[in-house]
Write a protein that binds this ligand. Sequence first.
Ligand SMILES: [Zn+2]
Length: 252
Amino acid sequence: MQCNKEHIDKGKAPPLEPFYIEPNENHIYKITCSAGHEVYHAPQELKFEILFEIGCHAIIDGYYREAVSSFTSALERFYEFYIKVLSHKNELNNDIYSKSWGKIKNMSERQLGAFIMLWTMEFQAPPETLSDSQIALRNSVIHKGRIPTKEEALKYGNEILSIINEQLTLITEKYSDEVDIIIRDHVRRVRDLVPDDATRSFGTQGTLISLAKAGKTTSIEAGIEHIETFRKGIKQAQELMPLIQALQGKNN
Ligand SMILES: [Zn+2]
Protein backbone atom coordinates (compact mmCIF):
# COMPACT_ATOMS: atom_id res chain seq x y z
CA MET A 1 0.00 0.00 0.00
CA GLN A 2 2.87 2.41 0.82
CA CYS A 3 4.68 1.51 -2.41
CA ASN A 4 1.48 2.17 -4.35
CA LYS A 5 1.11 5.57 -2.72
CA GLU A 6 4.77 6.49 -3.30
CA HIS A 7 4.57 5.50 -6.96
CA ILE A 8 1.27 7.29 -7.56
CA ASP A 9 2.64 10.42 -5.83
CA LYS A 10 5.53 10.33 -8.33
CA GLY A 11 3.09 9.92 -11.20
CA LYS A 12 4.11 6.31 -11.86
CA ALA A 13 2.04 3.16 -12.24
CA PRO A 14 1.63 1.22 -8.97
CA PRO A 15 4.20 -1.60 -8.68
CA LEU A 16 3.17 -5.22 -8.98
CA GLU A 17 4.48 -7.61 -6.38
CA PRO A 18 2.72 -10.93 -5.82
CA PHE A 19 3.01 -12.83 -2.52
CA TYR A 20 2.40 -16.49 -1.95
CA ILE A 21 0.87 -16.97 1.50
CA GLU A 22 -0.54 -20.05 3.18
CA PRO A 23 -3.96 -19.89 4.86
CA ASN A 24 -3.86 -19.75 8.65
CA GLU A 25 -6.38 -20.02 11.49
CA ASN A 26 -6.63 -16.30 12.29
CA HIS A 27 -6.83 -15.44 8.60
CA ILE A 28 -4.52 -12.46 9.03
CA TYR A 29 -1.40 -12.23 6.89
CA LYS A 30 1.63 -10.09 7.60
CA ILE A 31 3.33 -9.24 4.33
CA THR A 32 6.64 -7.42 3.92
CA CYS A 33 7.28 -6.00 0.45
CA SER A 34 10.70 -5.85 -1.16
CA ALA A 35 11.00 -2.19 -0.05
CA GLY A 36 10.53 -3.30 3.56
CA HIS A 37 6.98 -2.00 4.12
CA GLU A 38 4.81 -4.14 6.36
CA VAL A 39 1.10 -4.61 5.84
CA TYR A 40 -1.43 -6.84 7.56
CA HIS A 41 -3.91 -8.21 5.07
CA ALA A 42 -7.20 -9.62 6.33
CA PRO A 43 -9.50 -11.19 3.75
CA GLN A 44 -13.17 -10.85 4.67
CA GLU A 45 -14.12 -14.44 3.87
CA LEU A 46 -15.54 -16.46 6.73
CA LYS A 47 -14.35 -19.90 7.77
CA PHE A 48 -16.75 -21.95 5.63
CA GLU A 49 -15.76 -20.02 2.51
CA ILE A 50 -12.04 -20.57 3.14
CA LEU A 51 -12.41 -24.25 4.03
CA PHE A 52 -14.32 -24.96 0.84
CA GLU A 53 -11.62 -23.18 -1.14
CA ILE A 54 -8.92 -25.30 0.55
CA GLY A 55 -10.89 -28.38 -0.55
CA CYS A 56 -10.79 -27.15 -4.16
CA HIS A 57 -7.02 -26.60 -3.98
CA ALA A 58 -6.67 -30.14 -2.55
CA ILE A 59 -8.53 -31.52 -5.59
CA ILE A 60 -6.22 -29.63 -7.98
CA ASP A 61 -3.19 -31.01 -6.09
CA GLY A 62 -4.50 -34.59 -6.02
CA TYR A 63 -5.24 -34.87 -2.29
CA TYR A 64 -8.79 -36.26 -2.47
CA ARG A 65 -9.04 -37.44 1.16
CA GLU A 66 -8.05 -33.95 2.29
CA ALA A 67 -10.60 -32.44 -0.11
CA VAL A 68 -13.41 -34.52 1.44
CA SER A 69 -12.22 -33.52 4.91
CA SER A 70 -12.16 -29.79 4.06
CA PHE A 71 -15.55 -29.88 2.31
CA THR A 72 -16.98 -31.61 5.41
CA SER A 73 -15.59 -28.92 7.69
CA ALA A 74 -16.92 -26.20 5.36
CA LEU A 75 -20.45 -27.59 5.70
CA GLU A 76 -20.14 -27.84 9.49
CA ARG A 77 -18.89 -24.25 9.79
CA PHE A 78 -21.70 -23.17 7.47
CA TYR A 79 -24.19 -24.63 9.99
CA GLU A 80 -22.45 -22.67 12.74
CA PHE A 81 -22.69 -19.52 10.59
CA TYR A 82 -26.47 -19.95 10.24
CA ILE A 83 -26.92 -20.54 13.98
CA LYS A 84 -24.92 -17.35 14.57
CA VAL A 85 -27.10 -15.44 12.07
CA LEU A 86 -30.19 -16.45 14.05
CA SER A 87 -28.55 -15.46 17.34
CA HIS A 88 -28.28 -11.93 15.92
CA LYS A 89 -31.83 -12.04 14.60
CA ASN A 90 -32.95 -12.87 18.14
CA GLU A 91 -30.65 -10.16 19.56
CA LEU A 92 -28.99 -12.73 21.76
CA ASN A 93 -26.31 -11.46 24.11
CA ASN A 94 -22.84 -12.83 23.18
CA ASP A 95 -22.26 -14.43 26.59
CA ILE A 96 -25.54 -16.32 26.49
CA TYR A 97 -24.83 -17.43 22.93
CA SER A 98 -21.36 -18.66 23.94
CA LYS A 99 -22.73 -20.61 26.88
CA SER A 100 -25.24 -22.45 24.70
CA TRP A 101 -22.76 -22.92 21.86
CA GLY A 102 -20.35 -24.39 24.43
CA LYS A 103 -22.81 -27.24 24.96
CA ILE A 104 -22.72 -28.25 21.28
CA LYS A 105 -19.38 -26.94 20.00
CA ASN A 106 -17.51 -30.26 20.27
CA MET A 107 -20.21 -32.39 18.70
CA SER A 108 -21.03 -31.88 15.03
CA GLU A 109 -24.17 -34.06 15.23
CA ARG A 110 -25.61 -31.70 17.87
CA GLN A 111 -24.82 -28.71 15.65
CA LEU A 112 -26.55 -30.40 12.71
CA GLY A 113 -29.59 -31.05 14.91
CA ALA A 114 -29.73 -27.42 16.01
CA PHE A 115 -29.38 -26.27 12.39
CA ILE A 116 -32.16 -28.56 11.10
CA MET A 117 -34.68 -27.45 13.72
CA LEU A 118 -33.84 -23.73 13.52
CA TRP A 119 -34.04 -23.79 9.73
CA THR A 120 -37.37 -25.66 9.83
CA MET A 121 -38.90 -23.11 12.18
CA GLU A 122 -37.65 -20.17 10.11
CA PHE A 123 -38.50 -21.47 6.64
CA GLN A 124 -41.46 -23.76 7.50
CA ALA A 125 -39.71 -26.64 5.71
CA PRO A 126 -36.85 -29.03 6.50
CA PRO A 127 -33.45 -28.00 5.05
CA GLU A 128 -31.74 -30.07 2.42
CA THR A 129 -28.94 -32.02 4.07
CA LEU A 130 -26.19 -34.35 2.86
CA SER A 131 -27.58 -37.52 1.19
CA ASP A 132 -27.14 -40.94 2.83
CA SER A 133 -24.71 -42.08 0.13
CA GLN A 134 -22.47 -39.03 0.66
CA ILE A 135 -22.66 -39.41 4.47
CA ALA A 136 -21.44 -43.01 3.99
CA LEU A 137 -18.56 -41.80 1.81
CA ARG A 138 -17.59 -39.11 4.33
CA ASN A 139 -17.61 -41.58 7.24
CA SER A 140 -15.48 -44.13 5.41
CA VAL A 141 -12.96 -41.43 4.36
CA ILE A 142 -12.74 -39.64 7.71
CA HIS A 143 -13.12 -42.57 10.11
CA LYS A 144 -11.92 -45.61 8.13
CA GLY A 145 -9.06 -44.19 6.08
CA ARG A 146 -10.74 -44.79 2.71
CA ILE A 147 -8.84 -43.16 -0.17
CA PRO A 148 -11.51 -41.68 -2.46
CA THR A 149 -11.13 -41.24 -6.21
CA LYS A 150 -11.11 -37.79 -7.78
CA GLU A 151 -14.63 -38.43 -9.09
CA GLU A 152 -15.88 -39.32 -5.60
CA ALA A 153 -14.31 -36.22 -4.09
CA LEU A 154 -15.82 -34.03 -6.83
CA LYS A 155 -19.28 -35.58 -6.43
CA TYR A 156 -19.09 -35.11 -2.66
CA GLY A 157 -17.90 -31.51 -2.95
CA ASN A 158 -20.49 -30.66 -5.60
CA GLU A 159 -23.32 -31.93 -3.38
CA ILE A 160 -22.07 -29.70 -0.55
CA LEU A 161 -21.62 -26.79 -2.96
CA SER A 162 -25.21 -27.17 -4.14
CA ILE A 163 -26.57 -27.34 -0.56
CA ILE A 164 -24.60 -24.32 0.67
CA ASN A 165 -25.27 -22.26 -2.48
CA GLU A 166 -29.02 -22.71 -2.26
CA GLN A 167 -29.20 -22.04 1.48
CA LEU A 168 -26.72 -19.17 1.41
CA THR A 169 -28.81 -17.41 -1.24
CA LEU A 170 -31.89 -17.68 1.01
CA ILE A 171 -29.90 -16.52 4.06
CA THR A 172 -28.39 -13.46 2.37
CA GLU A 173 -31.88 -12.47 1.12
CA LYS A 174 -33.71 -12.99 4.39
CA TYR A 175 -31.09 -11.85 6.93
CA SER A 176 -28.94 -9.22 5.23
CA ASP A 177 -28.65 -7.11 8.43
CA GLU A 178 -27.54 -10.10 10.52
CA VAL A 179 -24.99 -11.16 7.90
CA ASP A 180 -23.61 -7.60 7.92
CA ILE A 181 -23.19 -7.80 11.71
CA ILE A 182 -21.22 -11.05 11.37
CA ILE A 183 -18.88 -9.54 8.77
CA ARG A 184 -18.43 -6.38 10.86
CA ASP A 185 -17.63 -8.52 13.95
CA HIS A 186 -15.12 -10.49 11.89
CA VAL A 187 -13.39 -7.29 10.72
CA ARG A 188 -13.36 -5.92 14.28
CA ARG A 189 -11.83 -9.15 15.61
CA VAL A 190 -9.11 -8.87 12.98
CA ARG A 191 -8.48 -5.20 13.88
CA ASP A 192 -8.01 -6.19 17.52
CA LEU A 193 -5.32 -8.70 16.57
CA VAL A 194 -3.26 -6.23 14.53
CA PRO A 195 -0.94 -3.63 16.16
CA ASP A 196 -2.59 -0.16 16.25
CA ASP A 197 0.08 1.58 14.17
CA ALA A 198 0.26 -1.13 11.51
CA THR A 199 -0.96 -0.70 7.96
CA ARG A 200 -4.02 -2.85 7.36
CA SER A 201 -5.80 -3.92 4.25
CA PHE A 202 -9.13 -5.68 3.95
CA GLY A 203 -10.84 -7.18 0.97
CA THR A 204 -12.52 -10.19 -0.53
CA GLN A 205 -10.58 -12.82 -2.44
CA GLY A 206 -13.44 -14.09 -4.56
CA THR A 207 -13.71 -17.63 -3.22
CA LEU A 208 -15.79 -20.28 -4.98
CA ILE A 209 -18.38 -20.25 -2.19
CA SER A 210 -18.87 -16.62 -1.38
CA LEU A 211 -21.25 -14.56 0.74
CA ALA A 212 -20.72 -11.71 -1.70
CA LYS A 213 -21.88 -13.71 -4.72
CA ALA A 214 -23.98 -16.51 -3.25
CA GLY A 215 -24.98 -19.17 -5.76
CA LYS A 216 -22.91 -17.85 -8.67
CA THR A 217 -20.56 -20.83 -9.15
CA THR A 218 -22.57 -23.95 -9.81
CA SER A 219 -19.86 -26.62 -9.99
CA ILE A 220 -16.43 -27.27 -8.53
CA GLU A 221 -15.14 -28.08 -12.03
CA ALA A 222 -16.06 -24.57 -13.20
CA GLY A 223 -14.60 -22.97 -10.06
CA ILE A 224 -11.39 -24.99 -10.24
CA GLU A 225 -10.67 -23.70 -13.73
CA HIS A 226 -10.68 -20.17 -12.32
CA ILE A 227 -8.44 -21.15 -9.35
CA GLU A 228 -5.96 -22.88 -11.69
CA THR A 229 -5.76 -19.81 -13.94
CA PHE A 230 -5.22 -17.65 -10.86
CA ARG A 231 -2.47 -19.95 -9.52
CA LYS A 232 -0.70 -19.93 -12.90
CA GLY A 233 -0.92 -16.13 -12.99
CA ILE A 234 0.65 -15.78 -9.53
CA LYS A 235 3.43 -18.22 -10.44
CA GLN A 236 4.22 -16.38 -13.69
CA ALA A 237 4.18 -13.02 -11.88
CA GLN A 238 6.61 -14.40 -9.27
CA GLU A 239 8.93 -15.65 -12.00
CA LEU A 240 8.79 -12.27 -13.75
CA MET A 241 9.34 -10.28 -10.54
CA PRO A 242 13.16 -9.94 -10.81
CA LEU A 243 12.75 -8.59 -14.36
CA ILE A 244 9.94 -6.20 -13.35
CA GLN A 245 11.95 -4.93 -10.38
CA ALA A 246 15.03 -4.42 -12.55
CA LEU A 247 12.96 -2.39 -15.02
CA GLN A 248 11.35 -0.38 -12.22
CA GLY A 249 14.81 0.29 -10.77
CA LYS A 250 15.98 1.62 -14.14
CA ASN A 251 12.99 3.94 -14.34
CA ASN A 252 13.51 5.41 -10.88
ZN1 LIG B 1 6.08 -1.47 -0.23
